[in-house]
Design a protein around this ligand. Sequence first.
Ligand SMILES: Nc1ncnc2c1ncn2[C@@H]1O[C@H](COP(=O)(O)OP(=O)(O)OP(=O)(O)O)[C@@H](O)[C@H]1O
Ligand SMILES: [Mg+2]
Length: 150
Amino acid sequence: MRSACEFVTHNPAETHEVGRTLGKGLHGGEIVLLFGPLGAGKTVFVQGLAEGLGLRPEEVRSPAYTLINEHPGKVSLFHADLYRLSPESLVDLGLEEIYGDDQVVAVEWAERLEEAGWDLVDAVTVEIDCHPTEDETRMIMLNALVPQVS
Ligand SMILES: Nc1ncnc2c1ncn2[C@@H]1O[C@H](COP(=O)(O)OP(=O)(O)OP(=O)(O)O)[C@@H](O)[C@H]1O
Ligand SMILES: [Mg+2]
């Protein structure tokens, strides 16, 4: 069963807080796909996520030039930014090898995965909708697969 919720944030601190709340609920083994335009707040969200996982949020920066940054911890965070990646280069990235029970993978510009034909049905998706040039309001849509309790 998929569970969805929406948040409206009015400043970066509120987006950070939504990320932190999600991070506190993750145990490792999850992949978090972030969608949204330049400046939407994906990195701000991942900083909150890191804090929720017990990691240092200030060490999370946009990994635009490194593709993937690792933040080691009890549950480690792998933070990827696929903005500059062509669909062909995805194969070389080895994203599928990063999955593990003790780590969370957060991917900015997850649109690139879709363009390359990946179908990550059990991922947590975070869609940030905004008009960055207009104001600081962001609409955040979280969608996750929730295990069925019977
Ligand atoms: N409600 C908000 N939530 C998050 N960030 C906000 C908000 N309002 C304003 N901002 C500003 O928008 C910017 C978001 O930057 P951030 O690097 O997180 O975006 P991004 O989605 O990761 O962009 P990119 O695609 O370039 O990686 C920051 O400068 C932040 O201060
Ligand atoms: Mg970013």
